[in-house]
Design a protein around this ligand. Structure first.
Ligand code: MP5
Length: 236
């Protein structure tokens, strides 16, 4: 068993808490309020935008045999950003003037600080934990969400075969990095793994509750009207 599987086992029940978050279960069941999905979409658009420079930093520090895979991932992120813009337009959700929530801001700072400051295997751990979290989270949604839902393209994006292959390749590389790490480094990698999973849970929580900043009441950054129809019922 490799480092990645070990971590996910070690982090039970935290991992299950993420996969059982009401945001995911209600999205799966088609009962999530449109405004909550809109909030996630607007916030995650910012997050994905910030993941591009994070991968750029990783690319600049990567061993030669990791570089092609980071370059491909950056191109995939640009396509993902286009998907967000296309879905936002189809759903009448504005992507203008989005204020990053406290959690989003903190998570992005964490990504960038780890990328610049910590060792490459530690930064790679954060990348893997975030991508694996999203892959597994969207697989939960896929179990029930109607394929006609206007939200379904996000399921395809993160629960589909192409992304599964990407996560698998990250896992192989992270397991190899861990296999040659000493105990101190392994301990730091495990801490980053756990912290990233906690950020992931906090991100779903923020999308669900609208938790923002002191002085900015929940929901006040939600400038977009709720989509007129629910998932699977309206025009895409
Ligand atoms: C990802 C994401 C997946 N989009 N948002 C959060 C909060 N965590 C993980 O990353 P990517 O770069 O969109 O595949």
């Amino acid at each position: 068993m490799g480092f990645c599987d070990d971590q996910i086992r070690r982090l039970e029940p935290l991992w299950s808490r993420m996969l059982e978050h009401p945001f995911l279960l209600e999205t799966r069941d088609g009962t999530l309020a449109d405004g909550r999905f809109a909030r996630w979409l607007r916030q995650d658009y910012l997050f994905v935008g910030a993941a591009v420079p994070f991968l750029g930093v990783l690319l600049s520090r990567a061993p030669g045999d990791h570089r092609p895979h980071h370059s491909r991932a950056i191109r995939a992120l640009e396509e993902e950003l286009a998907l967000f813009r296309e879905r936002a337009e189809a759903l009448g959700i504005s992507l203008d003037d989005v204020i990053p929530s406290l959690v989003n801001h903190a998570y992005v700072q964490y990504l960038l600080a780890t990328g610049h400051r910590d060792s490459y295997p530690e930064a790679y751990t954060v990348l893997y934990a975030a991508e694996r979290s999203y892959h597994d989270s969207w697989k939960v949604v896929r179990e029930g969400l109607d394929a006609d839902s206007p939200w379904y393209p996000f399921v395809d994006n993160w629960a589909g075969d192409a992304f599964a292959g990407y996560v698998e390749s990250l896992e192989t590389r992270l397991d190899a990095l861990a296999a040659s790490a000493g105990d101190d480094l392994l301990g730091r990698m495990a801490t980053h793994f756990e912290r990233t999973v906690r950020y992931e849970i906090a991100f779903w929580e923020m999308a669900y509750t609208g938790a923002g900043w002191p002085g900015i009441p929940p929901g006040d950054d939600e400038l977009a009207p709720a989509a007129p129809t629910g998932p699977g019922r309206g025009p895409p």
